[in-house]
Design a protein around this ligand. Structure first.
Ligand SMILES: Nc1ncnc2c1ncn2[C@@H]1O[C@H](COP(=O)(O)OP(=O)(O)OP(=O)(O)O)[C@@H](O)[C@H]1O
Length: 536
C-alpha cells in the first residue's frame, strides 16, 4: 500500500476558508490597460491581475483537522463576480482603475470584447497577427454539481451582458474540443457510429418521436431533471401496452447531430453518444454477471433513436417544470421536424445525494460502502472509472431489503442497506475496457473544466488530470479513489441529515473520518474494498 510520504505532505495543505476560494490569493502586477480607441494587443497593455498561488484553494472543511487527504494541482482563483456562479470581487478593490478586467480563458474564437463594457467579464484579444492571445488563465468559479450547466450558464449570461464587436455565433460550443473516443490498440473507430447506435437500439432507422412515446403509453409523467445535454422525464409505463414490468422509468432525451446549439452546447454526435450507450449497457449488465456483480449502476431498459419535433405532451411537462422550478435549458420547441434524439429508458433510482436527507451518518456510511463496492466491481470487470462522481450523479432511494449483495472477484459480499439503495448514473466522462476496446472521453483539450473553482469537486478534475497524466484512455483507478475522497468530504460536510444529535451519528461520523484518513492511500476502489471487507 502506498502511504503518504512527508515530502508529499509538504506540497499540500488544507485551507481553513470553508466558504471561499480566496485564502490563497495573491496579486501580481503584470500589465496595465490602455483602452483608448483600438483593441489591445498583448504587447501594449498591462493589467493588474490575480495570480493563483501554489496551494489548494477550493473550500474544504476544517473538520479535515490537518489530515492531508490529497495532493492537488493549483486551484486558481478569480475575483470575478458572475451571475449564477459564486466568487468574490474583493480582490479588485486595490486595483487603481475601476474598469480593469481579468481575462477568462473560455474557448470563444476570434472575439474582441469591448473593455469598457461588461464589467467583470473576461476576454480574449486578438493581436495584430490575428492570433488569439490569452493574457491570463484565471479560474471560473462554479456551483458544485453539474459543472457543464454552470459553465454554460456563466458563458451565456456573460454573452448577454457584453457588447462584442464580433458576433456571438462564433461561440459554437463551449466544449468543442471534447471527444468521446473508442480505442482499440491504436485505431480510432469514429465512423460507423450511427450504425452502431442503431444496432444498440435494435432499429434499422430512427422511429417517429411522437408515435414512439405517445402520451397514452406513459402514465404519471413528470419532468424530474435536466442536464446540459438533455431532459429527464419520469413516468410509469402503461403496463397494458408494454410487456415488461418496469413500471417506474426515466426517459433521458438527448438531441443528436443537429446544427442547433442547445443549452449552450453543440449537440452530441453519434460518436459521442455511442460510448455513453455502451457504458450504460455494460454497467447495467453487471447486475447479472457471475464473477463480479452489482446493482449499483443504473438499470437500462432500452435505448431508442427517434426523429421529429418534441411531442406536445413533453413540451407541456417541460413548461410545467419551468414554471415551478425554473429551467436553465432552452425551450424544446426549438427543435425541428428532422431533429434526432437518443432516448435512454432507465429505471428510476431515487433522488440525487445532494437533495436526499439521510437519517443519520450510519445510513450515509453504508451508502458510502455501497458506492465503494460498486466502483470496485466495475474496476474488476471492466476497468471502469466514473470520472464525474459528484453528488448529482449518485442516486439514493429507500429500500425494504436489509442487505445489498454483490459478487466481487467471485466472493459474495453483503453490505447492510440501512434502508437505502445507491445507484450511480451518468457515464458521460467515464472510461471502460471491453475486449481490449477502451471507451472514454478525451478531456485533454478541455481547458475550461480544469480552470473551474468553487468547490472541492473542481480540484478533483485537476487531480484526475494529474493522475492520468492527461492520457484519458489509460486505466487509472486512483481516479475512483479521488472521487471517493470527494464523496467522503461531502458526507461529512454537506449532505443533509434528519438527526445529528445522537450517539450513533457521532460514532459513524468518526468511522467516516477514519476512512477519510486512509482513503488516499488506496490505489483503487478495489483495493479499498479488499481492506474494508478483510479480503486477502
Ligand atoms: N435513473 C434515474 N433515476 C432518477 N433520476 C434520474 C435518473 N437519471 C437521471 N436522473 C435525474 O436527472 C438528472 C440529469 O441526469 P444526467 O446527469 O444523467 O444528465 P446529463 O445530461 O448527463 O447531465 P450533465 O449535465 O452532467 O451532462 C440527474 O441529476 C437526476 O436528478
Amino acid at each position: 500500500m502506498n502511504f503518504w510520504t512527508p515530502e508529499l505532505k509538504q506540497n499540500v495543505r488544507v485551507p481553513y476558508n470553508i466558504d471561499s476560494s480566496v485564502e490563497n490569493s495573491s496579486y501580481t502586477e503584470i500589465k496595465e490597460p490602455n483602452y483608448e480607441n483600438e483593441p489591445l494587443t498583448f504587447e501594449d497593455c498591462s493589467i493588474k491581475v490575480y495570480c493563483p498561488s501554489d496551494s489548494i484553494s477550493t473550500p474544504c472543511d476544517k473538520r479535515l483537522g490537518g489530515t492531508v487527504l490529497f495532493q492537488s494541482d493549483l486551484s486558481p482563483i478569480t475575483h470575478l463576480k458572475l451571475d449564477g456562479v459564486e466568487h468574490s470581487r474583493d480582490k479588485c478593490a486595490d486595483t487603481k482603475e475601476t474598469d480593469l478586467y481579468v481575462n477568462v480563458d473560455i474557448p470563444f474564437q476570434n472575439i474582441i470584447a469591448s473593455p469598457k463594457k461588461g464589467p467583470n467579464f473576461g476576454k480574449k484579444r486578438l493581436s495584430n497577427s490575428n492570433e488569439m492571445v490569452t493574457v491570463v488563465h484565471p479560474s471560473i468559479s462554479l456551483n458544485p454539481g453539474k459543472w457543464r450547466k454552470s459553465l454554460n450558464n456563466f458563458i451565456r449570461s456573460k454573452i448577454n451582458e457584453t457588447n462584442f464587436t464580433k458576433k456571438v455565433e462564433h461561440r459554437s460550443s463551449i466544449c468543442q474540443d471534447r471527444k468521446s473516443l473508442v480505442l482499440k490498440g491504436e485505431h480510432k473507430f469514429e465512423n460507423k457510429c450511427e450504425e452502431d447506435v442503431l444496432k444498440y437500439c435494435h432499429q434499422c432507422t430512427p422511429l417517429p418521436f411522437n408515435a414512439t412515446y405517445e402520451q397514452y403509453k406513459l402514465l404519471n409523467s413528470k419532468k424530474i431533471g435536466e442536464g446540459a445535454y438533455g431532459e429527464v422525464f419520469r413516468c410509469s409505463a402503461n403496463q397494458k401496452i408494454l410487456k415488461e414490468h418496469i413500471s417506474d422509468i426515466v426517459l433521458k432525451i438527448i438531441p443528436l447531430e443537429g446544427s442547433t446549439v442547445i443549452n449552450g452546447e453543440k449537440q452530441k454526435t453519434f460518436s459521442q453518444i455511442l460510448p455513453e450507450i455502451i457504458i450504460t449497457n455494460k454497467m447495467c449488465s453487471l447486475r447479472t454477471s457471475k464473477t463480479n456483480s452489482t446493482n449499483g449502476f443504473v438499470s437500462i431498459r432500452k435505448v431508442s433513436l427517434v426523429k421529429g419535433r418534441y411531442p406536445p405532451h413533453f413540451i407541456n411537462l417541460w413548461e410545467k417544470y419551468d414554471n415551478e422550478k425554473g429551467s436553465e435549458n432552452d425551450h424544446p420547441e426549438l427543435f425541428g421536424d428532422n431533429q434526432l434524439f437518443a432516448v435512454l429508458e432507465l429505471k428510476f433510482a431515487g433522488s440525487d445525494m445532494a437533495n436526499f436527507k439521510f437519517l443519520n451518518s450510519e445510513q450515509s456510511y453504508y451508502a458510502l460502502k455501497q458506492i465503494i463496492l460498486a466502483l470496485a466491481v466495475g474496476e474488476e470487470e471492466y476497468q471502469f472509472e466514473h470520472r464525474d462522481l459528484h453528488l448529482g450523479n449518485i442516486l439514493i432511494e429507500y429500500t425494504n431489503k436489509k442487505h445489498v449483495i454483490c459478487t466481487f472477484k467471485n466472493s459474495k459480499l453483503t453490505v447492510l442497506s440501512k434502508g437505502v439503495n445507491v445507484t450511480i448514473i451518468d457515464y458521460t466522462l467515464s472510461r471502460i475496457t471491453i475486449n481490449d476496446c477502451c471507451y472514454f472521453n478525451d478531456l485533454s483539450r478541455d481547458e475550461e473544466l480544469f480552470q473551474a473553482t468553487g468547490d472541492y469537486q473542481y480540484d478533483v478534475y485537476r487531480m484526475m488530470r494529474n493522475e492520468v497524466k492527461n492520457n484519458w484512455s489509460s486505466f487509472s483507478p486512483k481516479t475512483n479513489i479521488i472521487w471517493l475522497s470527494y464523496v467522503i468530504v461531502k458526507v461529512l460536510d454537506s449532505v443533509k441529515y434528519k438527526s445529528i444529535n445522537t450517539k450513533v451519528h457521532r460514532m459513524y461520523i468518526n468511522k467516516i473520518k477514519e476512512l477519510q484518513n486512509i482513503i488516499m492511500t488506496f490505489e483503487s476502489a478495489s483495493q479499498c474494498a479488499n481492506y474494508l471487507f478483510n479480503l486477502n
